[in-house]
Design a protein around this ligand. Structure first.
Ligand SMILES: [Zn+2]
Ligand SMILES: [Zn+2]
Length: 155
């Protein structure tokens, strides 16, 4: 894959972003291309598609968790507001592979990320908190996973 073709956007990314090992780099490039494609698609649809997405998401809540170890606060955020932030900060979306941290309401650090609330014990955690090989929505506190439950029921 030729990376040179995508050089234009690279300069906009923060320093250090490309200082990673080659296998990781390969994965990053693939994800980068997917995101570029998605953004292109959204642009192609005139941007109004995104606006109507934001409108349709308004009123729906998304759990957020601060990744700052000394803060760790969790709260619900309007999904429309979240999408609006992503729309207003395309550079960050690119740099963080579509998942940029938002400024935390409590500590002010840019370390707020979407999280999942465990339907069983109420613990709020990041997707994939249990690591690879486990369901992404598996709760690190009580080990409940809605995906796992669904699969179990299907059998
Ligand atoms: Zn915080
Ligand atoms: Zn739980």
């Amino acid at each position: 894959m030729k990376i040179s073709r995508k050089k234009k956007g690279i300069n906009k990314l923060p320093a250090g972003f490309w200082g990673m090992s080659k296998p990781v780099m390969g994965v990053v490039v693939v994800i980068f291309l997917i995101i570029a494609g998605v953004i292109f698609y959204l642009r192609a649809s005139g941007g109004s598609g995104l606006d109507s997405t934001i409108e349709s998401l308004k009123g729906q809540m998304q759990w957020m968790k601060c990744n700052n170890p000394s803060c760790g606060t969790t709260y619900e955020m309007d999904k429309g507001e979240y999408q609006q932030y992503l729309k207003d900060h395309p550079g960050e979306v690119m740099a963080y592979l579509g998942n940029p941290p938002l400024p935390c309401k409590k500590c002010g650090e840019q370390s707020l990320l979407p999280a999942i609330k465990c339907p069983k014990c109420g613990n709020v955690f990041f997707k994939g908190a249990m690591g690879k090989g486990e369901f992404a929505d598996k709760c690190p506190k009580c080990s409940y996973s809605a995906t796992e439950e669904k699969r179990k029921r299907k059998r």
